[in-house]
Design a protein around this ligand. Structure first.
Ligand SMILES: [Ca+2]
Ligand SMILES: [Ca+2]
Length: 236
């Protein structure tokens, strides 16, 4: 790269500083086409009083629609993550069929049209030149709350007996299909669970992250540990 003047160099370094990871708890910067959006830090008071709607394997969950302050709220994917993170939670990470059943039951009983999960396509800075993520639509998905890779999207995940990704969608092909890219050039980089939107029952879909949806939060071990370690005597 040619940098002509010290001024240009300063601009370049400022951009690099903005883009480079910051330490520990706030290291995970979400990609966004709106510059300057970051992940929120947990708020100890909110963590101590976080909503505990149900519990599975030691972690608490809540659905945004059951909270007065979010009853009719729909947020884009990053805002939804941040709403959870202030409570020491994050968007739900669906690791087992049992956990998937809890999510599906909540959606079914509440007649919820769709929810965000923490599922994310690794298609941002840091995901380049990763042969293990190719092709992206099969191997490029991970859970952002835990940073664990998902099972390849064309396979039945371990601990499932079916593939939770929908067999259909806007283009009448199995998900993920990145369908919105053909419409307006936006990638479908976030994982939502949709309730029969394509007459396909409750199932997983890749959706563009700017869409606004209600959400399910799940306890974040990382954020709870961080707040416990930095707030002596706090009860979480
Ligand atoms: Ca989970
Ligand atoms: Ca899709």
């Amino acid at each position: 790269m040619m940098l002509a003047t010290p001024w240009l160099l300063a601009v370049f370094l400022a951009v690099v500083a903005l883009a480079s990871p910051s330490p520990a708890i706030n290291e995970i910067r979400q990609p966004s086409n709106k510059p300057g959006r970051f992940l929120s830090l947990p708020v100890p008071n909110k963590c101590a009083q976080r909503p505990k709607e149900f519990n599975y394997r030691g972690r608490n969950y809540f659905f945004s629609g059951n909270l007065p302050q979010y009853r009719n709220a729909k947020l884009d994917w990053l805002d939804a993550r941040n709403a959870c993170r202030e409570y020491c939670m994050d968007l739900v990470t669906i690791e087992t069929q049992e956990e998937n059943n809890l999510v599906f039951t909540l959606i079914q009983k509440g007649d919820v049209p769709y929810i965000w999960t923490s599922g994310r396509l690794c298609d941002f800075k840091g995901c380049e030149n990763r042969r293990d993520l190719e092709p992206k639509n099969v191997f490029g998905w991970f859970w952002s709350a835990t940073r664990q890779k998902m099972a390849p999207t064309n396979q039945v995940p371990a601990s499932f007996n079916f593939n939770p990704w929908s067999q259909t969608g806007h283009k009448k092909v199995r998900q993920p299909d990145n369908a919105e890219f053909d419409i307006n050039g936006t990638n479908e980089s976030c994982l939502a669970v949709l309730n029969n939107v394509y007459s396909d029952g409750i199932s997983w879909h890749d959706v563009a992250c700017y869409h606004e949806k209600p959400f399910i939060c799940e306890d974040s071990d990382e954020l709870l540990n961080y707040v416990a370690a930095t707030n002596r005597g706090i009860r979480l």
